[in-house]
Design a protein around this ligand. Structure first.
Ligand code: UN1
Length: 508
């Protein structure tokens, strides 16, 4: 009864190419571990986390400022070892953290398994990168002079993270800032403080001093704003909306005192461009994963499928069929493909946009909904729109826009560039030279050819965009840690009369 193809078991595994390192839900389904994870979901308790009183923020910042000198002076190898111990502890406790994530963030168990793996990967990757790239090193210079480059922490970093990856993004920001030598005020999203609090406790157990890391739970416009505004802030790392990133940037610029850097990773209106040579089955598999997994609540998610007129009818029919095959509903089941959105407010916003689209666009297909435990499930849906400008920029949910094109693929890329976001792009073509040319023309941080466009793996696909999508550098990439560092070069005149030998001995 299903038109189009029966959906193939994901060509690339559950989540991007991460099957190599991430035990995927699909694999777990047939192992004994499955029961361990399902029991952990049943057993999970979401503790309430006290809010940080705004009146106490000054004292917290002073404490973190005081803790900076000792933590920054802790040898790099020791700071990296703390991250590795944290990774090992998190690995031991994977089912527990997965259970808590399912219960607090209502993400599907499969997504939570991938997310805990990603947090472990961030700890190990930044530990390795810190040791490989942050050590002091001699620079070439003229005879009679020694030059050394030192990298160290900047001071107190404020890390503000989103609810859609309440462990992985929270952990990635915090451990990057810490391993570079900073102390950290960590503000999780107000919807997901419990998993953040448990990870902070794990970091303290792994050896992060109490005055090097403090959790600051509370609302963005109160606690977050007060943290950013504090005079002792040396840097801010933010993942969330473009609008909030701009507001943080303005607040930092308006302060007296030092110039404070912002590392921002924000939203995307991400497109996949499919030409007439693409393989439809592969396109549809990539589309379904990219648009609907995590209920579309990823900044990397596919919003706009641009499909060549020559194969559009077939692809659209297959998308309608594939939607019928999605398992939508209860996030605690490993077999569930798509769970609820985060909360009632998100549900209402998305539902309003879906209703608006129903009035102006053609519904291609909609997935049937099973058990809706929280009442916040949005049925994954695909709409055909006439032109790119018809898409709804407001949607952070399982809603796909499809537009047909003919003529010039380069013109489609120019139109996508015009949107101003630059996070992820999918290209589907069997002409290699075209894929490379379009990727080069795109002002976009992560380009995926002939596969899905979510699930960037730490160290494999460094993740982050440009333009309205953020400042860079890319998380999980080789340049990320540098932005958390201050740099110092020390130049010594070794030809000077007197005892520079002692000075030099101190620089090696
Ligand atoms: C986000 O949704 O805020 O590649 C970013 C991915 C993830 C996206 C995380 N790294 O799908």
């Amino acid at each position: 009864a299903v038109p189009g193809l029966p959906l193939p078991v994901a060509l690339y595994g559950f989540d991007g190419t991460s099957g190599r390192r991430n035990p995927q839900g699909a694999d777990l389904a047939v192992t004994a571990e499955r029961a361990v994870y399902e029991q952990a979901v049943d057993a999970a308790v979401v503790e309430s986390v006290p809010e940080a009183p705004v009146g106490g923020i000054a004292a917290t910042m002073t404490r973190l400022h005081g803790g900076f000198t000792a933590w920054n002076a802790t040898p790099l190898a020791d700071r990296a070892a703390v991250l590795r111990r944290a990774a090992d502890a998190l690995e031991q406790r994977q089912p527990e953290f997965c259970g808590l994530l399912v219960r607090e963030a209502h993400k599907t168990l499969g997504d939570c398994i991938s997310e805990v793996r990603e947090a472990i990967d961030f700890c190990r990757y930044y530990a390795d990168q810190a040791e490989a790239t942050l050590a002091s090193r001699a620079l070439p210079g003229p005879t009679g002079e020694s030059n050394t480059l030192h990298l160290h922490g900047r001071g107190v970093f404020v890390c503000i993270s989103p609810w859609n990856f309440p462990l992985a993004i929270f952990a990635g920001q915090v451990v990057a800032a810490l391993v570079a030598g900073n102390t950290v005020a960590a503000k999780p999203a107000e919807q997901t403080p419990a998993v953040a609090a448990r990870f902070v406790a794990l970091l303290h157990e792994a050896g992060v001093p109490a005055d090097a890391l403090v959790l600051q739970h509370g609302e963005g416009h109160t606690v977050g704003a007060a943290l950013v505004a504090h005079p002792l802030v040396a840097g801010v790392c933010f993942t969330g909306s473009t609008a909030v990133a701009k507001a943080i940037n303005r607040a930092l610029a308006a302060k007296d005192g030092p110039i404070v850097p912002l590392i921002a990773e924000t939203g995307g209106i991400n497109a996949m461009v499919v030409d007439s040579t693409a393989l439809p089955e592969q396109v549809v598999d990539a589309v379904v994963q990219s648009a609907f997994r995590s209920a579309g609540q990823r900044c990397s998610a596919l919003r706009l499928l641009c499909v060549h007129e020559g194969i559009a009818d077939g692809v659209i029919e297959m998308i309608a069929g594939a939607l019928q095959e999605l398992s939508v509903g209860d996030p605690s089941q490993l077999s569930t493909d798509v769970g609820p959105v985060i909360d009632a407010e998100a549900h209402a916003n998305i539902a309003r946009e879906v209703t608006r689209l129903e009035g102006s666009a053609r519904v291609i297909g909609r997935a049937p909904v099973g058990l809706d435990v929280t009442g916040h499930v949005i049925a994954p849906v695909a709409f055909e729109v006439a032109k790119v400008s018809d898409l709804s920029a407001e949607i952070f949910g399982p809603v796909l826009h499809v537009v047909r094109w003919s003529g010039d693929a380069d013109a489609v890329i120019r139109e996508v560039n015009q949107l101003g976001y630059g996070l992820t792009l999918g290209l589907q073509t069997r002409i290699d030279s075209r894929a490379l040319r379009l990727a080069a023309e795109a002002r976009i941080g992560n380009v995926y050819v002939n596969r899905n466009m979510i699930g960037a793996v730490v160290g494999v696909q460094p993740f982050g965009g440009e333009g309205l999508s953020g400042t860079g550098p890319k998380a999980g990439g080789p340049h990320y840690l540098f932005r958390f560092c201050a740099e110092q070069t020390v130049t010594i005149n070794t030809a000077a009369a007197g005892g520079n030998a002692a000075l030099l001995a101190g620089t090696s």
